[in-house]
Design a protein around this ligand. Structure first.
Ligand code: GLY
Length: 320
């Protein structure tokens, strides 16, 4: 039988959210704003562009758009935009979305020959009554709004694809050259939290395949009262578990961003026990106090963070 003091202590402990720290994990973080976070170490250059907007007191949506556009235009990044690896028929098809501090969103999927799908997604949000446009409709809309048609298949991506055709073996690569989709979240000086996510999707996918990145609630979700989350990695797993939405709901229930991301990773593991080690999903999250965190299935994922303390890469804890 517990005495009164022991009872109070035991009850208080049982009410704490499940967020046990392991050696090396961050403990309590003090949130700072403005702040921008992005997926993978390749987010560093994108963060710089976003920070230029945030440091001047600018709007978080302008920051994330400017940030991810850096990687959309980078021909060396073969998982996003220009230079992205094509589908198995040689077509580069792009997916992207944005979400703002009011919970408004815009998205494009299966978009071809437009270098900056994130900017088209923003226009879907601001210029249409819809949330998502796909394929030829998205392209028609982009061209009507002044975007130019261009070839996005670089010589290198074409060579890689032709080499792949020799075996045509389709396999999701884990931590493809240590990057994948770029997802970015920013909290500006005025407390506005916005996000963007953009990708060329899985290399050598079936024609028409769309991943999690343009799916609101999977690749990206923001709740103005809580915070936001964004995903990278195997999109099918993220879609099946509505990952970003789950993370935001966990934060609403009191979890730290890191603990909330861990719950979403555990949800994937629960459903996919046979081949977890061959699957990478990474999540990052930011709450509206400026506290951030992330989690991934396997080793190799990291987060790029920029605030008044500088622009740096931080390691992310992984489950397996
Ligand atoms: N996470 C990007 C994709 O699966 O398409």
């Amino acid at each position: 039988m517990l005495n009164r003091k022991e009872f109070i202590k035991a009850t208080a402990l049982s009410l704490l959210p499940v967020n046990f720290l392991k050696p090396g994990q961050r403990s309590v973080q003090i949130g700072k704003k403005p702040v921008v976070i992005s997926t993978w170490k390749t987010g560093i250059n994108a963060n710089n562009a976003a920070w230029e907007v945030l440091a001047k007191g600018g709007y978080a949506l302008d920051a994330v758009e400017a940030g991810v556009k850096v990687e959309e235009a980078n021909p060396k990044n073969n998982t996003v935009g220009y230079g992205g690896r094509p589908d198995r028929d040689g077509n580069v098809t792009l997916d992207a979305c944005v979400m703002n501090e009011k919970g408004e969103c815009g998205s494009v999927a299966f978009l071809e020959n437009i270098k900056h799908p994130v900017s088209v997604a923003r226009k879907v949000m601001t210029e249409t009554p819809h949330a998502m446009l796909v394929g030829s409709g998205a392209k028609k809309f982009a061209l009507a709004h002044g975007f130019e048609e261009e070839n996005l298949l670089t010589q290198k991506s074409e060579e890689d694809w032709k080499k792949w055709l020799e075996t045509s073996e389709y396999k999701l690569e884990v931590n493809i050259e240590n990057h994948d989709t770029i997802g970015m979240l920013a909290l500006d000086q005025n407390g506005r939290l916005c996000g963007a996510c953009t990708t060329s999707g899985a290399a050598y996918k079936m024609q028409g395949r769309v991943g999690d990145s343009p799916i609101i609630g999977a690749g990206l979700f923001i709740d103005p009262k809580v915070g936001g989350a964004v995903a990278t990695g195997a999109g099918e797993e993220v879609i099946k578990t509505a990952g970003s939405h789950l993370i935001v709901e966990m934060m609403r229930a009191g979890h730290s961003p890191e603990a909330a991301c861990k719950v979403a990773i555990e949800r994937i593991i629960e459903r996919n026990s046979s081949n977890n080690k061959d699957t990478q999903v990474g999540y990052i999250a930011l709450n509206n106090e400026g506290v951030f965190g992330g989690y991934s299935i396997v080793k190799g994922f990291d987060i790029s963070v920029c605030n008044e303390d500088g622009n740096r890469v931080e390691a992310i804890t992984h489950l397996i």
